[in-house]
Design a protein around this ligand. Structure first.
Ligand code: RIB
Ligand code: CA
Length: 313
């Protein structure tokens, strides 16, 4: 079966790291052409280093990591060390990276890979702020028609997690998100509505720990650290956001959603960064995204645990 060429744009971040491991553990399904780093959870220098630390953990130093934008298009940089720790990958127990960055800015790499490959064949999987993707679309408008699909973690039809209105990835760079959602590229949006159903609880963490490999030990350490800070409901567990986007690529049958028109608030005092999800058609415009709002969480964690066990490098 043909593998799906994918570019993962991320801001590692513990949940980004697990998403990368899930993708790299699935070479029969995904051909990770490149990993591109963006400023988000922590500054770019750290997200770019963390991405390389994770590909080394996976034994996949062959995958190029490109550094991208070190700040949002217009807004001041917002980071989340309080959630991810000063390194952005606290709990991972990983050494400093020994891999050099790939040549070329992430935005150039995204444009070149989309132009080199057959039109419609490459998937973009952004799981951080959308600055790199938006700038690529702005610099090379021709790529909008060449993107196969954009499967992203971000946004929320319901409440936000960084303000009452906005989810972090969209809030950090709402102007970038607006460019992406207005690009015409096919979008699958996995926002908080679904990722907050993907809860890491004691049983699921124990199942990952039972794999008992360097990868699983690092994942448990990361999820312990991140979970203690991202928990919505102490008794229910902590949401695992970014792996949902990769899991959707691997097994879309685990998820359910519907076509909606999604608009991005770029000016509101209290609503900046909100993804306004029109499920009623009131906006009188065609749907620009499939908004996912259900997941088989048990199936998701079974898939994640099974794939992580394959990484025995
Ligand atoms: O709101 C969750 C998102 O913000 C995740 O991508 C997490 O890594 C942070 O970037
Ligand atoms: Ca992220």
């Amino acid at each position: 079966m043909a593998t799906e060429p994918v570019i993962i744009d991320c801001d590692p971040g513990q949940d980004d790291a697990v998403a990368l491991l899930l993708a790299l553990a699935s070479p029969g399904d995904l051909n990770v052409l490149a990993v591109t780093a963006v400023s988000g959870n922590v500054p770019l220098e750290l997200t770019a280093a963390n991405a390389r630390r994770v590909i080394e953990l996976a034994g996949r130093s062959d995958v190029p990591v490109h550094a991208g934008c070190d700040r949002p298009l217009l807004r001041p940089a917002v980071t989340a060390e309080h959630m991810h720790g000063q390194t952005g990958l606290d709990g991972a127990g990983l050494p400093d990276t020994a891999t050099a960055l790939a040549d070329g800015h992430a935005v150039e790499a995204i444009i070149e890979l989309l132009r080199e490959r057959p039109s419609g064949s490459v998937t973009l999987c952004p799981v951080g702020p959308l600055t790199n993707v938006a700038l690529a679309l702005h610099l090379a408008p021709d790529i909008a028609d060449r993107i196969g699909r954009i499967v992203l973690m971000g946004g929320a039809a319901g409440p936000g997690n960084v303000t009452p209105s906005a989810e972090f990835n969209i809030y950090v760079d709402p102007h970038a998100a607006s460019i992406v959602f207005r690009s015409g590229a096919p979008i699958v949006m996995l926002g908080l509505d679904v990722t907050q159903q993907a809860l890491v609880n004691a049983d699921r963490l124990a199942a990952i720990a039972a794999v008992d490999t360097p990868v699983s030990r690092s994942v448990v350490g990361m999820l312990d650290f991140y979970g203690a800070r991202s928990r919505v409901n102490p008794s229910a567990g902590s949401p695992l956001h970014d792996p949902c986007a990769v899991a959707y690529l691997l097994d879309p049958g685990l998820f359910a959603g519907r076509p909606c028109h999604v608009m991005i608030e770029v000016e509101g005092t209290h609503t900046l960064g909100r993804t306004v999800v029109d499920r009623s058609g009131r906006a009188d415009t065609h749907p620009n995204a499939t908004v996912i709002d259900e997941v088989d969480a048990g199936g998701l964690f079974a898939l994640l645990t099974e794939r992580l066990a394959r990484l025995t490098a």
